[in-house]
Design a protein around this ligand. Sequence first.
Ligand code: AMP
Length: 195
Amino acid sequence: MAGEFGILHLSSGDILRAERKDKTALGLQAQEYMDRGALVPDDLILTMMVDRIQRPEASRGFLLDGFPRTVVQAEALDARLSAQGKKIDVVIDIDVDDAEVTRRLTGRWYCPTDGQVYHEMYNPPALAGTCNACKGPLVRRKDDEPAVVQQRLRTYHEATEPLEKYYQARGILKPVNGIGSMDAVSAAIRKACGR
Ligand code: AMP
């Protein structure tokens, strides 16, 4: 969708996973939090994301994915953007119940070579456990294991759900029903963005 809109996609989870792969100081610090389904401390995330938002690649706009995840992060982001004369236009609140989130995450597999993402039920590879593109073996994210998913859901309800009220109060929250086909949910998100 970011490609379609001509803006930069900034996924905090993807950036952290890349930092881990490269064994940077940030990646090593983040690892332990991620593997147990906890949030990485706000100061580390803020430095990482604010740096990227200020880069020239982000000058035409950006789609933030997985960030902010706490009210502290949202407030710091707003302060930083307003200092640059920028603001968040729209916040998409994708509504999916915990049982479906659990099915989506625990059934997700990816290819460590080319990053292709599959799902056992919703987007299965042609040959079970094998990447369609490179034929390599698929793996599961450690934090998609059932026990960690339950912890991530608790973390979400406690630390991230309060952001609904935060953005509702600012008049930019757009609720979208996340139950349905990928095409239907994508269409609802486009509509919420006024496209
Ligand atoms: P995700 O790929 O968005 O599910 O993120 C994977 C993990 O990275 C999360 O469970 C957290 O441990 C960490 N993470 C990603 N984004 C944030 C954030 N904005 N604040 C704190 N931790 C984050």
